[in-house]
Design a protein around this ligand. Structure first.
Ligand code: PLP
Length: 453
């Protein structure tokens, strides 16, 4: 290992490292935050300053950092072998994990295809769904998606995405989709909230499309909440309604549980809460407890079977990645799931969700809070310049970041989505730590009152 002093590290970070989703001009003008170690819900930077990781290191940490059991599982596998290919051969942890994922996921999802990131899990679902119809002798090529959807940043995942700011630039590169409105925004505007009537109206629109066309491959949507769009929940029953209609009109349904999976909404997967069993379920983020890049696309026997044939028929799925089913990542993922069971993570989470719900109410009192949204342990607090007029802060002012930087001063690490302050705390966080995060965020938001005229 080479060691360099802190100043050199900071200099090299700005000199050589192009950060994701980051305006590097601004980043290079600011003080950098370089993490060095973690334990439980805490992270320490190179100066030894301590922070609560209130966004689970971008929504993936579950049981805490530097977890002894996850460390052990990783080291045990590391002493055997780090990686062997799964293209035509197999490895022990990947087999065990596939079986485990089938056991814990909604009924009917019996097959597991691995990849490394959420976007890839989505790409795979898209390609499989498209290919499924080809193998069945049907040429279908249109996907139904939602405005404000986020499914990752590779070109296929961007094609089914709907966040103008991220995706608009690439328009000419993308395949065509039919877009339904974002349920939250549509319901708020037309029904004043997430009412059952609004869900019915959206489903009616979906049915009109499905009735008219025979070229629909699949409908893809996030599970219960459009997270990256700023934590925009669906009306209850919407997901279930989509399942019923896609079944009725013989169209596949892809549910993206990359953000919501592994306990974030209070159950292992959000699909459970509406009794939905999709044709594809995409998993990522929390699957390894936040340790290693791993993702999975789960699907049904029906889809799997459509790819079976003699070699010469060339029906098989010509897709794979070098690290598909990586031994280390799968070993950690297995242990991650086992910890859920052994430590009763989901049971212990329920009072924390209640606490979060109670405490989120306090944000409505703040002058610059325009909306507060929550699904399970996921929450978004939207900042506005003028509450009465619903007027946002100008985009370039980076108000969300300013609030996040204030929180840093008090040892809370946050990353907003635009002007939506996101809370995605590790599931193991303690109640007093939740209270500290909330108190700090409330304080930081109210500090805005001093600055805004
Ligand atoms: C984060 C996210 C993705 C993309 O996952 P990556 O691992 O960043 O590629 C896809 N879908 C949803 C719902 C996400 O939140």
């Amino acid at each position: 290992m080479f060691e360099v002093d802190k100043e050199t590290l900071e200099k090299w970070d700005k000199e050589y490292f192009w950060h994701p989703f980051t305006q590097m001009k601004v980043y290079r003008e600011e003080e950098n935050l370089i993490f060095e170690r973690g334990e439980g819900v805490y992270l320490w930077d190179i100066y030894g300053r301590k922070y609560i990781d209130a966004i689970s290191s971008l929504w993936c940490n579950v049981h805490g950092h530097n977890h002894p059991r996850l460390n052990n599982a990783l080291m045990k596998q590391l002493c055997k072998v780090a990686h062997t290919t799964t293209l035509g051969s197999s490895n022990v942890p990947a087999i065990l994990l596939a079986k485990r994922l089938v056991e814990i996921s909604p009924e009917g999802l019996n097959k597991v295809f691995y990849s490394e990131d959420g976007a890839e899990a989505v790409e795979i679902a898209i390609k499989m769904a498209y290919h499924y119809w080809r193998n069945k002798g049907e040429k279908r090529n249109v996907f139904i998606t939602l405005s404000e959807a986020y499914h990752g940043d590779t070109v296929g995942a961007v094609s089914v995405g709907g966040i103008e700011l991220f995706h608009g630039t690439y328009k000419d590169l993308l395949f065509k989709t039919i877009k339904l409105p974002s349920p939250y925004l549509f319901c708020k505007e037309n029904y004043g909230g997430l009412t059952p009537e609004c869900a019915s109206e959206l489903l009616k629109r979906l049915e009109e499309i499905l009735k008219e066309r025979n070229d629909i491959v699949a409908m893809i949507l996030e599970a219960g909440i459009q997270a990256a769009a700023g934590m925009l929940p669906f009306p209850r029953g919407f997901l279930k309604g989509v399942r019923e209609l896609t079944k009725k009109y013989n169209v596949l349904m892809i549910v993206d549980e990359v953000a919501t999976g592994f306990g974030r909404t209070g159950t292992m997967f959000y699909c459970e809460q509406e009794g939905v069993s999709p044709d594809f379920m995409c998993l990522g983020k929390g699957i390894t407890g936040g340790y290693l890049p791993l993702a999975a696309t789960l699907t049904t026997d029906e889809v799997f079977n459509a790819f079976l044939g003699e070699f010469g028929e060339a029906k098989h799925f010509y897709h794979g990645h070098t690290y598909t089913g990586n031994n280390l990542a799968c070993a950690v993922a297995l242990e991650n799931i086992q910890i859920f069971e052994d430590e009763k993570t989901l049971e212990k989470l329920q009072p924390k969700i209640e606490l979060l719900t109670e405490r989120l109410k306090e944000f409505w009192e703040l002058k610059h809070v325009g909306d507060v949204r929550q699904l399970g342990f996921m929450a978004g607090i939207e900042l506005v310049k003028d509450k009465e007029k619903g007027e946002p802060f100008p985009y370039g002012e980076r108000t969300g970041f300013k609030v996040a930087y204030k929180c840093r001063e008090k040892g809370v690490f946050l990353r907003p989505l635009g002007d939506v302050m996101v809370l995605m705390m590790p599931l193991v966080i303690k109640e007093e730590e939740i209270n500290y995060v909330i108190d700090t965020l409330k304080w930081a938001i109210s500090e805005l009152e001093k600055e805004v005229k």
